[in-house]
Design a protein around this ligand. Structure first.
Ligand code: GLY
Length: 591
């Protein structure tokens, strides 16, 4: 197998000082979750919340004594489990899940996109790898603005919308550094699923059907809509072109993608459709090892993603502000939701103005994650009155895009990965001969600073398009360590900017409100991203009194059906709980 020269991968990882024993706390008696075998004890409980909203007990958690995988695709989670059972570690399994998602979850799984991975090995090493897409060398600041100064939709649909993909190089680099198996071994389940096909489920059928109009403007139509309609539930979906691409990558390493036949197909597709990604762009792509953002919240340690993702800094800033108010009011109370909104508002104001690819723009990382800075922001927050974000253009709400998966193994190694092609099925451009969708990640740049993007985010000049630059992301793969230094949570989400607030809420539900993981995942979610200046709340779960009280404080409150898509794993006495997003497809499975 050819490997990309490791010298190309910039190493800047950080190690925590010590390996800690994986002790499991165990005081109070547990409610009895449904799936056997179950841990003997569980310090957590199913909560009773203000307004009478009560979650059922932790019935949706899978339990594994040794290992766990949680993703948005049953088959991808099973691919991870297959690798773990074959002796692979959490990284081997994570890379297997990543490639399998490219086959079974084309909505967001990919080799035509990019992502971020946060790693915590059982020996105490931590690392973060950034394999975000980059703007092509021919990209220009105003490439998405027309002659009249109006923003076009070319950053969202079609060949110009794509950044140079990083997924293949990133997953390979992570595997080389932390895995124990070869690329060919961990890719075997994905190749099998693409070559032999798999039975389409109703989730994939519905998702494809909803995207038919966009997808059938491009070449993926024949594969996914063979008779004019989406492949039916129960039918076998075979992806021969994708199987060939994956086999080439397994045989020759990432060079097959960046300097070989898969890249040739990609570049030919770009030429056909007026895209600007060239062979030079592909050859120049390198994933980057980054120093994870490491912070504390009330004695717990959060290890999360630095730029080019905004996720880690924005979440850390929010946690630092909230820590000033701890212990926080009860979950479901207006006082609690108000404090979250005000903390998120301030962190997103900084995010949208100051965060960007730190290789291109100076990012005040140390200041933004400092407790002293959070103290000054917290001092501006009234407990009873909403503040206002300086007015701008209103944005649009976003659907769930992207996908996150969490993996732990029997040794206690943990990998949190979030990957995306941005919108569902990315730019809708499907690479002929290559068999995969291209991302529309260029829309994550401020295509026209000051104007909302697909997610309604209004961002500044720092995140303007520049050749070779990574577009700012919200992806927030995160690992939380218990007070004794052992892995407590492996978590991340899909959903554009709601990723940051949803991941923060699942963590808070567990460490602040003492919920089981199943409850933490099921609990109704809220979101605030500074602009539009409103609290979004899920339409079931929160009571009317809370919404009335928030409005009386001066908040605009809007409801929406579901917010974000999280897949998480939590340590429990005797093993791990895994929970796939209750609002979406997927599987948590362990042993
Ligand atoms: N494409 C969504 C994100 O990176 O935040």
């Amino acid at each position: 197998m050819l490997k990309r020269p490791t010298a190309l991968v910039l190493l800047a990882s950080l190690s925590l000082s010590a390996c800690r024993p994986s002790a499991t706390p165990s005081p109070a008696p547990a409610p009895a979750p449904s799936q056997a075998p179950q841990p003997q004890t569980d310090a957590r409980y199913s909560g009773t919340f203000s307004g009478g909203f009560r979650f059922p007990e932790a019935r949706e958690a899978a339990f594994g004594e040794q290992a766990m995988v949680a993703s948005n695709s049953d088959l991808a989670s099973q691919a991870g489990l297959e690798i773990l059972r074959a002796g692979g570690n959490a990284m081997d399994a994570a890379v297997a899940v990543g490639f399998a998602l490219a086959v079974t979850y084309p909505f967001a799984g990919n080799i035509g996109g990019g992502g971020f991975m946060v790693i915590r090995m059982a020996d105490g090493r931590t690392a973060a790898i950034d394999y975000r897409e980059i703007a092509p060398l021919a990209a220009t600041r105003d490439m998405f603005v027309d002659a009249t100064g109006k923003l076009t939709d070319k950053s969202v649909v079609g060949h110009l919308a794509s950044g140079v993909p990083g997924a293949v190089a990133g997953m390979d680099a992570a595997l080389q550094r932390f895995g124990t198996m070869s690329l060919a071994q961990v890719m075997a389940p994905a190749i099998r699923l693409a070559r032999e096909g798999f039975a389409v489920d109703s989730a994939l059928f519905r998702s494809l059907s909803g995207a038919k109009q966009r997808l059938c403007r491009f070449e993926g139509c024949a594969t996914f809509f063979p008779s004019g309609e989406a492949v039916a539930p129960g039918a076998t979906l075979v992806q021969r072109d994708l199987a060939r691409s994956l086999q080439l990558i397994a045989d020759r390493g990432p060079d097959a993608f960046y300097e070989g036949p898969v890249g040739d197909s990609l570049v030919a597709e770009m030429r056909r459709g007026g895209g600007i990604i060239t062979r030079e762009d592909l050859a120049a792509y390198v994933p980057k090892w980054r120093e994870p953002v490491v912070s504390t919240y009330r004695g717990y340690t959060l290890i999360t993603m630095p730029p080019a993702s905004s996720g880690g800094i924005t979440m850390t800033e929010s946690f630092n502000i909230l820590e000033e108010f701890a212990p926080l009011p009860a979950f479901g109370s207006a006082e609690y939701t108000h404090l979250l909104a005000e903390a998120f508002r301030r962190a997103f104001i900084d995010r949208n103005a100051k965060l960007a690819d730190a290789d291109f723009v100076p990012v005040p990382r140390d200041e933004l994650v400092s407790k002293a800075y959070a103290k000054t922001l917290a001092a501006q927050i009234s407990r009873t009155q909403a503040s206002k974000t300086p007015a701008f253009t209103a944005g649009r709400p976003e659907p769930e895009h992207t996908t996150h998966y969490s993996v732990v193994d029997g040794k206690g190694n943990a990998v949190a990965t979030t990957t995306t092609i941005n919108g569902g099925y990315g730019s809708a451009v499907w690479v002929r001969g290559g068999g995969f969708f291209m991302n529309n990640e260029m829309d994550d740049f401020a295509a026209q600073p000051g104007t909302p993007n697909m997610f309604g985010l209004v961002q500044g000049e720092a995140n303007a398009v520049q050749p070779g630059k990574r577009m700012l992301s919200a992806m927030s793969p995160t690992i939380v360590l218990d007070k004794d230094g052992s892995v407590l949570l492996v978590v991340g989400a899909a959903g554009g900017p709601t990723i940051i607030t949803a991941v923060a809420q699942v963590i808070l539900h567990v460490i602040e409100h003492g919920m089981t993981l199943a409850d933490a995942m099921r609990a109704p979610r809220m979101h605030h991203q500074s602009l539009p200046d409103q609290i979004r709340v899920e339409s079931v779960g929160f009571n009317e009194q809370m919404i009335t009280a928030l409005r009386a404080m001066g908040h605009e409150v809007v409801t929406q059906q579901g917010i974000a898509n999280v897949n998480a794993i939590m340590r429990v006495p005797g093993g791990w709980h895994g929970v796939k997003e209750p609002r979406g497809s997927g599987l948590a499975i362990g042993y």
